[in-house]
Design a protein around this ligand. Structure first.
Ligand code: IMP
Length: 237
């Protein structure tokens, strides 16, 4: 069984990833490793932030599994997801700032409450008519292998590059539109405001089973799963 270390403390996100990938994967999260370093998400793109999270944690993790003991619990890969909402009329905002949108113009650091982010989004879109409220959720997943001890003892120059060079990226997009008021109780983040193309209900009304089939994260994870299955297949030949 492949063990993945999810670089997230967001229980909703971890739950979605678990539901989408199915039982063939063992998942650990940052909650299992309270001492894990906090990675600052300061890149300008989802791909940059996802890569930064995956690489930094893949460098840190091997020190938590010294020697050959606990081979069954040692993760095979670090999986980091960076995602957010892109609203066309806001030139792609909140984008990489989705998690802290309400504080983006202030000096406050850290994420802001989903409710506050939604209120700000609705305020900015107050006078925008329905046909111009188009938006999409965008997700990029970075997958970095936990490298072996041989690689870890390579020269520091190669060591740094090795993690980045072996990182693979998978992306997914879900198109939709933003409502004038929140609806629904499921999900997280901007789900109560987002209606995916082809539906009349928000992600928060549609519920997890529907969301996990069509979401940005589901699409990125489907590509990742295909890649992992193909790699596992090759290893067996
Ligand atoms: P991240 O944890 O840095 O990737 O931040 C992602 C942020 O984007 C979240 O805090 C949400 O505000 C938003 N977001 C990402 N994916 C979703 C989703 O599936 N539904 C609703 N909001 C999302």
């Amino acid at each position: 069984m492949t063990t993945l270390f999810l670089a997230t403390r967001n229980a909703h996100k971890a739950g979605e990833i678990h539901a989408i990938l199915g039982s063939g994967f063992k998942l650990l999260t940052l909650t299992d490793f309270p001492a894990a370093p906090t990675v600052v998400e300061d890149a300008a793109t989802f791909a940059g932030n996802a890569t930064k999270k995956a690489v930094e944690l893949a460098r840190w993790l091997p020190r938590q599994f010294p020697g050959p003991q606990m081979p069954d619990t040692r993760p095979d890969f670090v999986l980091a997801d960076d995602s957010g909402l892109e609203v066309d009329v806001l030139n792609g905002a909140p984008g990489v700032h989705s998690a802290r949108f309400a504080a983006v113009d202030s000096s406050k650091s850290g994420n802001t409450a989903d409710a506050d982010n939604n209120i700000k989004l609705l305020r900015l879109l107050k006078d925008v008519p329905p046909e111009k409220r188009t938006a999409r959720f965008h997700c990029v997943i970075a997958l970095t292998p936990m490298l072996t001890e041989t690689t870890e003892s390579a020269s520091p120059v190669c060591y740094g590059d090795e993690f980045e060079m072996q990182t693979k990226l998978f992306d997914g997009v879900c198109e939709g539109r933003i409502l004038f008021a929140p609806r629904g109780q499921n999900g997280f983040g901007y789900d109560p405001l987002f209606v995916p193309v082809g539906f009349e209900q928000t992600f928060a009304e549609l519920g997890n089973d529907v969301k996990n089939k069509l979401s940005h994260r589901a699409q990125a994870l489907a590509k990742l799963k295909q890649q992992l299955d193909a790699t596992a297949g090759k290893r067996l030949v």
